[in-house]
Design a binder for this molecule. Structure first.
Ligand code: SF4
Length: 328
């Protein structure tokens, strides 16, 4: 089902002369890690180490790999061009070639005239086929170009949907090609446009409006609960592609300017238990923007995104609600 592109990987390992290679995969691919490692060893003579910790994105590459390996190969994510990265790291995208025409037929009655296309790295190569199919059925499809955090046209991350920003004012609807609701949820929240999902893994066409409404109710509840907060913890991730120290310092200053207190806490991985020792009425996360949105029910105290904290402080109107993004 997956093409791990081991010929390219082996050629790169030979080129950099690595003898010990760390292998990193997201949870959905980890069951292949042993087979992939054996195959790399057979092709290169290098020895592989599998990194067992969770891996959420290229933002989360194992920065300390040089303590135990000569090189790191992370599978399943595109690199983040704007992120400073060790030159002994190779990001190997896993592209999927899926039959999409049946689902497009199914979606056709729900499609408007001008459609913005978006996807994750697995399906970026499918987008041109989708665009062509839509064109041959009387629709105008646009694929946007994201900012320097984004590698491919039409690609979105949970933290960066600028490829959609670049076309949003020229389309009537957004069409997401891919699995899960994680990525289309970001665009549904950010843009006042209907979002339709074509999911090749579930083999279904679905809308995301109900999930968006549910999440927005949770967000407004978190903002309301934090309204009277006197003390904030501003959370900073030490992951290479998530650290936003400048933003954290700015939020601390803003809190203090509004008569609240704030401390900055650094963590490699945000987790509610790690915050238990600290006194706080609310948290604001400058780490992966999706932590506050997707994990909020795990936290006993409200956890906000930076734009949500601005609403709490009165610097932003409720009507100006925005997704938090990490820009390139
Ligand atoms: S910051 Fe979050 S959404 Fe962005 S790439 Fe990393 S894990 Fe994905």
């Amino acid at each position: 089902m997956y093409d791990f592109r081991l010929e390219e990987v082996a050629a790169w390992i030979d080129k950099v002369g690595a003898r010990t290679v760390a292998v990193q995969m997201p949870e959905g691919l980890k069951t292949h890690a042993q087979d992939v490692s054996h195959e790399i060893e057979a092709r290169t003579g290098a020895s592989c180490l599998i990194i067992g910790d969770p891996c959420y994105g290229a933002c989360d590459y194992a920065v300390r790999f040089r303590e135990f390996a000569d090189a790191l190969v992370q599978f399943g994510h595109a690199d983040i061009p704007s992120m400073t990265c060790d030159d002994r790291v190779l990001f190997v995208e896993i592209f999927m070639d899926v039959a999409i025409e049946g689902l497009l037929e199914q979606a056709l009655p729900k499609l408007k005239d001008r459609i913005g296309l978006l996807t994750t790295v697995q399906h970026v190569r499918t987008l041109s086929r989708v665009k062509e199919w839509l064109g041959s059925h009387g629709k105008e499809a646009l694929i946007g170009r994201g900012d320097p955090r984004i590698r491919f046209e039409g690609q979105v991350l949970g933290c960066n949907i600028t490829s959609v920003t670049s076309i949003a004012d020229r389309v009537d609807q957004l069409l997401y090609v891919g699995s899960g609701d994680f990525h289309p949820l970001s665009v549904a929240i950010e843009f006042d446009l209907p979002v339709l999902i074509i999911d090749p893994l579930m083999n279904e066409v679905r809308e995301i409006g109900e999930l968006k409404d549910k999440i927005m109710r949770q967000r407004f509840a978190a903002i309301a609960r934090a309204a009277e907060a006197r003390r904030f913890l501003v959370l900073v991730s030490t992951k290479a592609g998530q650290m936003r120290m400048g933003l954290a310092q700015e939020l601390k200053r803003k809190a203090e300017a509004h008569g609240r207190s704030a401390e900055i806490v650094l963590l490699e991985e945000l987790h509610p238990d790690r915050l238990l020792p600290y006194r706080a009425d609310a948290y604001v996360s400058t780490a992966c923007p999706r932590v506050a949105i997707d994990d909020n029910l795990r936290y006993k105290k409200p956890i906000l995104t930076p734009p949500e904290m601005e609403i709490v402080l009165g610097e932003r109107q409720w009507s100006e609600y925005r997704m938090d993004m990490i820009l390139g």
